[in-house]
Ligand binder design. Structure first.
Ligand code: BES
Ligand code: ZN
Ligand code: ZN
Length: 492
């Protein structure tokens, strides 16, 4: 699909007119009523601009106009979701040329335009890739499709168009990876994705397979993979800008890559176990962010590390009570084999700080059911001792709408991880403050890094969306992290 800015006189088969529900609505409705020769009172009764409301209007020629309500507030995520839903639901009816008329929408900053474009482009997402009777891609999304953004003053700098295309393209690949069934994405599939991406976009990717993991002592990661026939991997994606700005920090990102979590010997109930193919949501956010950083040519080094494994049930599985080692040498008593995320992240974090000494260290993981109990599906848990980092990440979260809410990391919670037999245990055994004690466990393996943040994205990575009746991938984390990295580039 080709995307361009065009003057308002441009004609397309379908024109979408996004309209906010604000004090301008009465005036706008009146103007539209004149333009389409409709009675004003009828139009203002039928179109109230609630978020997602769609009113088709026909004429004056064969053109079809869709008035699209945006609701009262105009955050990036609201624009993104409203456009994504419209284009997804209208998929079958989309003409090959579509225009979005931005002239009525006063708020057309680059942020808004990027959000609208990402919404439109990610509407191509299809969780049904494994169906045999798949419908063809609509012409609009194909090479001959055209999307025109109608605007009075065409911006001279059009990088926002390509930037949005990059964000959407990488995000869609991550949605496909997240939605992929466990049997289609063993740990090596994540590694192969990263290797291919690194070659395509010019960043270094190194993968440690079993022999190297053993040689280098990533015992915690290996212990989780014990029960699986699929070999584990540690994926290292290292983007270095061609002309790095020397004052910018190196950012280390670590993502949980459990490609399927049965719980292991502490096996999960079966009702929702199939959703545990999504337990690599942190990995998707990290790999996606490194790819986007490379494609956008961001000015700082970004290193992504993904410990990837399955967590399976087998005669060789790690058992409750087993004591396992770790890359940093600390011993872990595995109380519950379903608390496997923190165990593999121990090695991911340890490997990152020992080998890359990042200035900022952020990990993302679908780590606990507890964070869903706490924040539901509206925000990810943010854990950090660093107030500046908390502010920066929260600013990016508020701006992108990929919400974060800070939870405490007080040492009072540390006692819950004391083990009588090893350096620490992986679960307190108490059904309380689970997201916090998980974060306290990770903290041990950051060796008090001064700028570490942990994001528990269990409720955000996989959720109810317009794409299907079952939960599916959201792509959470990429826009948030790219937003954070862009802020760093601007502030310096
Ligand atoms: N992958 C799960 C967490 C999860 C739950 C993610 C629901 C997404 C949706 C994690 O490995 C896990 O099982 N955590 C346990 C930890 C407990 C045994 C200490 C949990 O949260 O119940
Ligand atoms: Zn688990
Ligand atoms: Zn898990």
């Amino acid at each position: 699909m080709k995307i361009s800015f065009q003057h308002p006189s441009f004609t397309a088969d379908t024109v979408i007119v996004p309209i906010l529900k604000n004090d301008q609505l009465a005036r706008i409705t009146e103007e539209l009523a004149v333009r389409f020769s409709l009675p004003t009172d009828r139009l203002s009764t039928d179109f109230v601009a609630d978020a997602g409301q769609v009113l088709p209007l026909y004429g004056p020629t064969s053109q079809r106009t869709l008035l699209l309500g945006l609701g009262e507030k105009g955050g990036q995520i609201d624009y993104l979701k409203t456009f994504r839903k419209l284009f997804f639901e209208q998929k079958a009816k989309l003409t090959s040329s579509v225009a979005v008329d931005l002239t009525i929408l006063a708020d057309h900053t680059p942020d808004t335009i990027e959000a609208i474009l990402i919404g439109i482009l990610t509407a191509q997402n299809d969780p049904g890739l494994y169906k045999t009777d798949r419908t063809e891609t609509p012409a609009f999304f194909g090479p001959d499709g055209q999307l025109a953004l109608l605007i009075n003053d065409i911006p001279t700098d059009q990088t926002m168009l390509t930037n949005a295309e990059i964000m959407a393209d990488t995000t869609r690949q991550m949605l496909d990876l997240m939605n992929a069934p466990g049997n289609y994405k063993p740990p090596v599939a994540l590694a192969n994705w990263a290797i291919q991406s690194g070659q395509q976009y010019g960043y270094a990717v190194r993968v440690l397979y079993r022999a190297e993991l053993e040689a280098e002592g990533l015992h915690a990661l290996l212990s989780v993979s014990n029960g699986s026939d699929q070999p584990p991997a540690l994926i290292i994606a290292d983007y270095r800008p061609a002309n790095p700005a020397t004052e910018l920090p190196t950012v280390g990102l670590v993502g949980k890559g459990v490609t399927f979590d049965t719980g292991g010997i502490s096996i999960k109930p079966s009702a929702s176990m199939h959703y545990m193919k999504s337990d690599m949501g942190g990995a998707a956010a990290v790999l996606g962010t490194v790819e986007v950083a490379a494609r956008l040519g961001l000015p700082m080094r970004v290193v992504g590390i993904v410990p990837a494994t399955e967590n399976m049930v087998d005669g060789r599985s790690t058992k409750p009570g087993d004591v396992v080692g770790s890359y940093l040498g600390k011993t872990i008593e595995v109380i519950d084999t379903d608390a496997e995320g923190r165990v593999i992240l121990a090695d991911g974090l340890g490997y990152m700080i020992r080998n890359f000494t990042p200035d900022v260290l952020i990990d993302l993981a679908t780590l606990t059911g507890s964070v869903i109990g706490t924040l539901g599906y509206e925000a990810a848990g943010l854990f950090t001792q660093n107030d500046d980092l908390a502010t920066q990440l929260t600013t990016a979260a508020n701006r992108t709408g990929e919400r974060l809410w800070r939870l405490p990391l007080w040492d009072a919670y540390k006692d819950d991880l004391k083990s009588d037999v090893a350096d620490l245990k992986n679960y307190s055994g108490k059904p309380m403050a689970g997201a916090i004690t998980a974060a306290k466990f990770l903290e041990v393996f950051t060796e008090n890094h001064p700028a570490w943040a942990h994001l528990d994205i269990a409720g955000m990575a996989f959720a109810d969306t317009e794409f299907g009746h079952q939960k599916n991938a959201t792509g959470y984390g990429i826009r948030l992290l790219i937003g954070y990295l862009r802020q760093l580039a601007i502030l310096s």
